[in-house]
Design a protein around this ligand. Sequence first.
Ligand code: GLC
Length: 434
Amino acid sequence: MPIQPEPTVGDTSWFVHDRFGLFIHWGIYALPARHEWVKNRERIPDEVYQKYFDHFDPDLYDPRVWAQEAKYAGMKYTVITTKHHDGFCLWDSAYTDYKAPNTPYGKDVLRPFVEAFRDAGFKIGFYHSLIDWHHPEYPIDGLHPMRDNEEFRKQNAHRDIRKYREYLHNQTRELLTQFGKIHIMWFDFSYSGADWGWSKGKGKEDWDSERLLAMVRELQPGIIVNDRLEIGGDIKTPEQYQPTGWLTVDGKPVVWEACQTMNGSWGYHRDNLDWKSPEMLIQMLIDTVSKGGNMLLNVGPNGRGEFEPKAIERLRAIGDWMRLHNRSIYGCTASDFTPPPDARYTQNGNRLYLHLFAWPYRHVHLPGLAGKIEYAQLLNDASEIRYREIDPNATPQNTQMRGLAGAVTLELPVQKPPVTVPVIEIFLKEGATA
Ligand code: GLC
């Protein structure tokens, strides 16, 4: 029996089927184009950061084009930053002037995004920053861009987290009442464990996470909420690493989603040289599903409102692979069978998918599968893959090899099929288990 994760309050039934989503980090940090934490890293005061607000004019922005690219890549849901840590809001919020409609662009950028992606069949998720480096009532702490300015800290000692909390709750209500059905609420992030001596980090008490979460669930029944409010949630969200196995909480497997970047930066990063290859990204998606998780892959659009060519190239390469292989991803989960080296299994009922990260020389031995296979084929072209159970006690001679006890040996073509990661689709006999 494949592992069953702990039940969730939110409806994760579609989520664990769809497996692959698009993360979008977009805001005025696309203009400095050197990471979405630029305001923090370079300790930029509001007056200086203002130039990005004053020049935000994504004239080529067309979310229908984004949705097309994401759809081709095989993504099924999307999560977009409604506000990141710099406090800039993408929608026409009634609670702030610090929003897209007040930039030279002059319009809400969130609403057309929601409409375009929804029309393209995507489920919609909102990332919303708990942290706010612009709000005048957000108490300065060791993560704030103004942390090293003692004068500023003194002048702002009166800041009142209760007022900021009201703002946070009000904006969350706006997001969950003005954009129709929202499937995911992705808060980011709590850091109450941090202590800088003169200030402490912020967490569930500061946000009043219990009340916030109750409101979210009431406004959008069934919504999936992530785990960064410090009070649990529906999904666990490892960031920029591949877990070693199915993620657990208190020893129990849970629903999880790895969020990953293409180049290490979430926001548009012009001079970045850390681009992962398309092959690496495809392998990451497979690896994630082989461990029972989802992958939320990020694109940071630029200041003109476009995906940069390197991102498009990768999405299309993933799409080319997904077009032929998506049935080894959608509806699949971890398998109880142990894969051979350099390979990953995913499984959907009696279909077992063998993903070969390195193309073997003619034979691959699958432990534990003796007597359990009904049929096998290459997934990319539905060509039969023949297999044998070879006597483990045979005396190997010339062309005869010795088998592996309990294993099935697949006979592969010498030529790797012309796909980035070849997949063998194995039809297991009724009732075959590991
Ligand atoms: C982090 C970062 C952030 C990014 C996010 C995505 O917590 O602060 O910039 O948005 O994770 O998971």
